[in-house]
Design a protein around this ligand. Structure first.
Ligand SMILES: [Zn+2]
Length: 372
C-alpha cells in the first residue's frame, strides 16, 4: 500500500479505507506515538536547511548544516551586475551565516562556476572543493576555469574523488561522482538490481564537463538528498545499472536543470525521490520528457520548479503554487527552501507565496507497515 505523506490526504484515506475501519485504533495509536517521538526528537536537534537559489537556469544550492557550518553547491552565472552572487549572499544572510565554509563546484561550466569571482568579492568563503582541473577543450570552460583559479589563492582548496567525504560538521556529504569516475561499492543499504535498466536505451557518451560533475549524497539522520550537478545519462546509469548503488532518496535536485541529456527513467525510477526540486530557467532545462519522468515517479504535490518552463507549456509544468518564479516578465528571483529533520521528515517552502508542504517519512513508513 502506498500512503501519501500529507496529513490531509492521509485523513481522507483514513475515512475511506476499509481496513482502516478495522484497524483504526491501532493506526491512531501508532500515529500518535510517531508524532510524539518525532516531536521529541526534533526538539533536541536543529534541522538541516537547503536553499535552492534562483540563478536563472544555472545552479546554486546553499546547505546549512545543523552544526551551523555551510556548503554552497555552485555559484550561478557571472555578469548581470552580480545578480546571482547577490542572491546567494541574501540567502546566506537570511540563514544567519557570516561566511560560507565550503563552496563546492560541480563542474566548470559558466552557469555553475561563473559566479565565483563576484561571490568571493561579496562574502567570506572558507574552502573551495572541486573534481580537479577542467578538461574540456573549449573556450568558455577554459576562461571560466582560469577565472576560478585566480580566486583560489587565499582560500583552502580540496580536490575530491568518489568515496571521499566533505569534512563539514553535522551532516555527511559523500562524493558519488567526480571527474568522470564514480563509487564502485554501493552506499550502505543500497546495491539491489534495478529492473528499470532493461528498458533504458543506451545513451551516447558525453565528453564535456557535464559528465565529470561532482555529485554528492547528503545525509542528515534518515534524510537523504541527492545532487549530481549536470551529470549526463551515460554517467548516471553507471550508478544505477545493473545495480542501484545509491538506493532511494528523500530529496532529489533534478539533474542538469531538468534537461533530457540527464534524468533517464531508469535513474529517476530507482532513486524514487519523495520530493524533487528542478533548478530550471524559464527557457533553460525543464524538458517535457524529463518533466514527465520525474512527475510520474514522485506523484502529485512532490515536484517543485524554480521557474515555469515555457517549453513545458500547460501540460508539463506543476501547479503554479509549486513554482517559485512563474512569470518570466516579472521574475523576482525567488528561491525554494527545504527544512529537514533528523527523523527524515521535511518541509518544502516556496519563498514567493510561503506555500509549503510537509513530507513525513516516518509517518509513511509506520502506516505502510500497519497496512501489511
Ligand atoms: Zn548547468
Amino acid at each position: 500500500m502506498r500512503v501519501s505523506a500529507y496529513p490531509k490526504e492521509l485523513s481522507a484515506y483514513l475515512i475511506r479505507g476499509d481496513w482502516m475501519r478495522r484497524n483504526r485504533l491501532s493506526v491512531f495509536v501508532s500515529l500518535a506515538t510517531t508524532v510524539l517521538f518525532s516531536t521529541l526528537s526534533n526538539a533536541k536537534s536543529k534541522p538541516l536547511q537547503v536553499y535552492a537559489i534562483d540563478v536563472e537556469g544555472g545552479q546554486s544550492t546553499l546547505i546549512v548544516s545543523p552544526s551551523g557550518q555551510s556548503l554552497l553547491v555552485d555559484t550561478g552565472w557571472p555578469g548581470n551586475k552580480g545578480r546571482d552572487a547577490d542572491r546567494i549572499v541574501a540567502a546566506a544572510k537570511s540563514a544567519g551565516l557570516k561566511q560560507i565554509d565550503y563552496v563546492l563546484i560541480t563542474h566548470f561550466h559558466r552557469d555553475h562556476v561563473g559566479g565565483v569571482p563576484q561571490l568571493a568579492r561579496r562574502f567570506k568563503i572558507g574552502t573551495f572543493i572541486d573534481h580537479g582541473p577542467n578538461l574540456e577543450d573549449s573556450n568558455d570552460p577554459k576562461q571560466d576555469y582560469a577565472a576560478y583559479e585566480r580566486v583560489l589563492p587565499g582560500h583552502k582548496h580540496l580536490v575530491v574523488k568518489p568515496g571521499d567525504h566533505v569534512p563539514i560538521k553535522g551532516i555527511d556529504v559523500l562524493v558519488l561522482t567526480a571527474a568522470g569516475e564514480h563509487i564502485q561499492q554501493p552506499v550502505h543499504g543500497a546495491g539491489t538490481p534495478n529492473p528499470a535498466c532493461a528498458d533504458e536505451p543506451k545513451p551516447k557518451a558525453d565528453d564535456t564537463e557535464n559528465s565529470r560533475s561532482l555529485g554528492t549524497l547528503i545525509t542528515y539522520g534518515k534524510f537523504r538528498m541527492l545532487d549530481l550537478g549536470d551529470l549526463t545519462k551515460d554517467k548516471e546509469l553507471e550508478l544505477m545499472c545493473p545495480d542501484n548503488l545509491i538506493g532511494t532518496v528523500d530529496l532529489f535536485i533534478v539533474s542538469h536543470h531538468g534537461w533530457n541529456q540527464s534524468n533517464s527513467n531508469a535513474f529517476v525510477a530507482a532513486i524514487h525521490p519523495k520530493a524533487a526540486i528542478m533548478n530550471n530557467g524559464a527557457r533553460k532545462g525543464g524538458s517535457p520528457d524529463v518533466w514527465t519522468i520525474v512527475n510520474n515517479v514522485v506523484g502529485p504535490n512532490r515536484f517543485w520548479q524554480l521557474h515555469y518552463s515555457i517549453e513545458g507549456g500547460a501540460e508539463h509544468n506543476v501547479p503554479e503554487k509549486f513554482i517559485a518564479n512563474p512569470d518570466e516578465k516579472n521574475d523576482e528571483g525567488k528561491d525554494i527552501k527545504v527544512v529537514a529533520q533528523k527523523d527524515g521528515a521535511f518541509d518544502v517552502i516556496n519563498s514567493r507565496n510561503d506555500f509549503q508542504w510537509h513530507y513525513n517519512l516516518q509517518l509513511e513508513m509506520t502506516l505502510s507497515g500497519a497496512a501489511k
